[in-house]
Design a protein around this ligand. Structure first.
Ligand code: PMV
Length: 319
């Protein structure tokens, strides 16, 4: 039986930023993402005398291990299973890229669990299980462009593929400006965001933004996709700034990176940014501009690290 499962990280173009139901991890809005080729997690589950979580060759204790074990208990309970398990994961997500690994980590873990017990579930059901580990993980079950429909119950909140083999000339430069771990977790950030007077108006825009993004994808329209992804990211960060109390993940270098993207655009180099729950910036562009943009970031920032990614596949069973 195939037991090692590979899942790739995804980046939201229309963000998930707020829960409608905390316990079930139901989102307040639908979201759309791009799965990335350069970043992934391999995970294998095997029998064990006690619960063990080994990440990149090192046994984990503390919070990250607890999160994995409680997720496994939840899955076991759901399927009437029990017993200790060993989880071995390798993260090919350069922490250096400033990308969260939770989407690939929990998608791979859900996949490894289903493979270990030979659950015979389809990708929609797997997406629901991954969602319970970390919301954004439900989108990593699919490659290319994926959509997470918010739904209103456990069984109706899952992701599906919009297009797993897109032809769009779209590259995402993961620009690491600041390697420090974020101070505010996305769970806490999301909860605070709901206190913003702009949260509700933002939610009301969600369906229209989803429709527009799907249209941009279907029409292979990079400009429309980039403009809308940038707007949506700015809406998320505007909601954070106006929460009660307000907060931001931006650092001074985040603003400098935004200004550089704007400057590049003025020069006719088409690119757009998106920013998640941290200070780092992702730049979307076409292949022909990757070199020039990379060069400009390197000349503008000390110690910047840049990874050029494009579309990645959905979950894969490796051995
Ligand atoms: O899946 P979580 O709980 O780590 O939240 C992800 C939140 C964002 O990355 C900021 C947005 C998203 O849709 O991925």
């Amino acid at each position: 039986m195939k037991k090692t499962v590979r899942a790739h990280t995804n980046i939201a173009l229309i963000k998930y930023w707020g829960k409608a139901d905390q316990a079930m991890r139901l989102p307040a809005m639908s979201s759309i993402s791009m799965t990335l080729d350069e970043f992934y997690t391999d995970t294998k589950i095997s029998d064990s005398e006690k619960d063990r979580f080994i990440l990149n060759g090192t046994e984990q204790t503390g919070k990250s291990a607890q999160r994995v074990f409680s997720y496994l208990r939840f899955l076991q309970e759901r399927f009437g299973l029990s017993g200790h398990l060993q989880v071995e994961s390798t993260n090919h997500v350069p922490t250096a890229a400033g990308l969260a690994s939770s989407s690939s980590a929990f998608a791979a873990l859900a996949g490894a669990f289903s493979s270990y017990y030979d659950l015979q579930i389809n990708r929609q059901e797997l997406s629901c299980l991954a969602r319970m580990g970390s919301g954004s993980a439900c989108r990593s079950v699919f490659g290319g462009f994926a959509m997470w429909q918010k739904g209103n119950s456990d069984l109706t909140s899952y992701a599906y593929a919009i297009n797993e083999q897109p032809e769009m000339d779209l590259h995402l430069l993961a620009v690491e400006l600041n390697p420090n771990p974020k101070e505010l977790s996305s769970t806490n950030g999301m909860q605070l965001a709901k206190t913003s007077p702009f949260f509700q108006p933002w939610l009301e825009r969600n369906q229209a933004e989803i429709d527009k993004m799907i249209e941009a994808i279907e029409q292979n329209d990079f400009t429309a996709l980039g403009q809308l992804a940038e707007l949506n990211a700015n809406e998320m960060h505007a909601v954070n700034l106006t929460a009660q109390p307000g907060f931001t993940y931006f650092e001074p270098d985040t603003i400098r990176a935004i200004k550089l993207v704007e400057q590049l655009r003025r020069e006719g180099i088409e690119c757009y940014y998106t920013i998640d729950a941290g200070p780092n910036v992702k730049v979307m562009t076409r292949l022909k501009n990757v070199k020039e943009i990379t060069k400009r970031f390197i000349s503008e920032f000390d110690n910047v690290k840049i990874v050029n990614a494009s579309f990645g596949p959905g979950i894969k069973y490796l051995d």
